[in-house]
Design a protein around this ligand. Structure first.
Ligand code: PEP
Ligand code: MN
Length: 337
């Protein structure tokens, strides 16, 4: 942390800031130029809330130098993390496609979906069994019986599985069926839940919150990692903006930003990111071109009758065409499908 004193700061104001830093456990390095004094402070992150210092007399600016997410950040782990989801490596040179319906409805629907997405080249089957619906009157999901169908359909077509876990009480039940535990956007800052996910050894797909900054998102990843579970995959799923032609605004720029700040894999969800079927493929291609390590895409054999998110779900034939296009785009950025 750097504390820049104002040009008019008095010597006793500088001394008072140094005293406060020392009291908070910092080593202080003073440099006095012709214009102003700058104090370099090295110490424990717990005491580095800039507000402790910003309002002291004579302080002009407090600049944080190191990022607060030590485990998720690149500083101490420069190399990319490659996370194995039941043997499927996420974060390497493959753009890993996770696809399937928003919600698990019937056995036929899951088997048809799994067959279609596996044939087109997806590696992980998605499907929600516990759904975080905005209205309590909307379909809430099949529960554990849904996870059983997800596992069966995944096994039948050689796909790993991803599904949302809504709270800590569901983690244990999910483990036999779900290879990648999804934390929904609405739960990104449920810190007690994140701590529980830190205690297990199963990869976590951490969706970005509806209005979360990238730093908040990485700090949520840090919660899981600080508990000992280092297998976190980030998922950009669109943020809420003033725009109404899309359900959310898929923040493609978050992909290169996260790539620079963190060694964790980052995938994009253009289905929730746009909310409209015709916008999904262009944004999926854009995310791949921006360097995404994977994609989470809703596909339904009969989207017009889907219980959840039909309008943003691709038909199997559309998904197949998207996969063909991804096979052209991915190599342009050194990746493959
Ligand atoms: C989902 O993937 O079905 C879902 C509900 O996502 P999100 O948490 O991003 O809204
Ligand atoms: Mn959905």
């Amino acid at each position: 942390m750097l504390i820049v004193m104002s040009p008019t700061a008095t010597e006793s104001e500088v001394d008072a800031v140094i005293a406060r830093l020392v009291e908070k456990g910092f080593d202080v390095h003073r440099s006095t130029g012709a214009e102003r004094t700058v104090l370099g402070a090295v110490g424990h992150i717990q005491n580095s809330d800039p507000r402790f210092f910003e309002d002291l007399p004579g302080v002009s600016e407090v600049v944080r130098i190191s990022e607060p997410y030590k485990l998720a950040g690149r500083t101490f782990q420069p190399r990319d993390s490659v996370i194995s989801v039941r043997g499927v490596p996420v974060g390497g040179d493959e753009v890993v496609v996770m696809a399937g319906p928003c919600t698990i409805e019937t056995r036929d629907q899951m088997f048809e979906s799994a067959k279609a997405v596996a044939k087109a080249g997806a590696r992980i089957l998605r499907g929600g069994a516990f759904k975080p619906r905005t209205s309590p009157y909307s379909y809430q999901g099949m529960g554990i019986d849904g996870w059983k169908l997800l596992r069966e359909a995944g096994d039948a077509f050689g796909l790993a599985t991803v599904s949302e876990v809504m709270d800590a009480s569901q983690i244990e039940d999910a483990l036999p069926y779900v290879d990648l535990l999804q934390v929904g956007a609405r739960n990104m800052q449920n810190f007690t839940f994140l701590k529980e996910l830190g205690k297990i050894r199963r990869p976590v797909l951490l969706k970005r919150g509806l209005s979360a900054t990238i730093e908040e998102w990485l700090l949520s990843a840090e919660y899981v990692m600080a508990g000992g579970n280092r297998d976190v995959i980030l998922c950009e799923r669109g943020i809420r903006t003033f725009e109404r032609y899309t359900r959310n605004t898929l923040d493609i720029s978050a992909i290169p930003v996260v790539e620079k700040l963190s060694h964790l894999p980052v995938v994009a969800d253009p289905s929730h990111g746009t909310g409209h079927r015709e916008q999904v493929a262009p944004m999926a291609l854009a995310a791949a071109a921006a360097g995404a390590d994977g994609l989470l895409i809703e596909v339904h054999p009969d989207p017009d009758h889907a219980l959840c998110d039909g309008p943003q779900s691709l038909l199997p034939a559309q998904f197949e065409r998207l996969m063909d296009a991804l096979r052209i785009v991915a190599p342009a950025v050194g990746k493959r499908i």
